[in-house]
Design a protein around this ligand. Sequence first.
Ligand code: ASP
Length: 328
Amino acid sequence: MLPKIAYVGTGGTIASIGKGPFDLLDYNATDERIEAKAFIERTGLQGTIADIVAVNFRQIDSTAITLSDWADLADLCKELARDPDLNGIVIGHGTASLEETAWLLSLVLDLEVPVVVTGSMRPLTGISSDTQANLAAAIRVAAMPRGEIAGVSVVLNDEVHSPRAVTKSHTLRLNAFQSPWFGPLGFVDGPNVNLVRRHRSVSERCFTTNLLRRLPRVDIAYSYVGADGVAIRAFVEAGAKGIVSAGFGPGNGTPAEVNALVDAVSSGVIVVQSTRMGAGVAVDSAYHKSIGIIAGNDLNAQKARILLALCLARGDGHQQIADIFYSA
Ligand code: ASP
């Protein structure tokens, strides 16, 4: 009997219809993305390696995903997982914000079935599109026997990645999704899924989905030579409850940014220090500790932002938040 896999379509390049096979760059111009049901029919995968239950959700570019879409998506996954015959869930997603959605889901879902987030770098209609191969690989992972894979994974280009480590590292290449310095969790070779390591996960899945309906404003301040802290002060002015600093290499901003962050901390804003490197831990310096800045561990700024927003929504205080970032 074929495994039963739910496919949730959110839009993105994987569902995009371009102007023709060579429309590989500006296909968003058509603004046409098909629904999950039509998508699954078009891939020709129905009834081959899985019995696919296509679930229409959104047909948007992933840059347009909102916090309330996240809340709806998490609730939908929980509802789908109530089906005792379901083996797994695959989510088709735009690659632009895929790593954020996958990380978010990994923090709030604790389901019996695996959730696999996939996408494609070339539109459905593009020449040599990676759509079908990525969908097939994602299905293979989602169909793994219970206990062999758990939680949320990201599958593209025949690689399985942890939502914590994975990032989109190129605008166009088919191997854009990488886990820098960490590597994939495993590989999909034809029908075989070969997991070489486990999720480096933790106390991550500790947030309830209802928090997603009340995530506070958390902004990211990107460091660059001469950054004067105006952006940080504007975020505080705009009501940010948290700020993530995407700082220079070891994990710090310019002196003017640090002054603005100190002012933010003293007005009650929680500040987390990440880096703009895309890999490696932010140094938890004695100076940052003394001024109340929390080190963001190995999370890139966009993922630190999500974790911080969830902590704040739950009402965690400074020390609890620091503990979660250090232990996560
Ligand atoms: N524009 C696309 C998106 O929805 C990019 C992609 O999916 O590759 O994120």
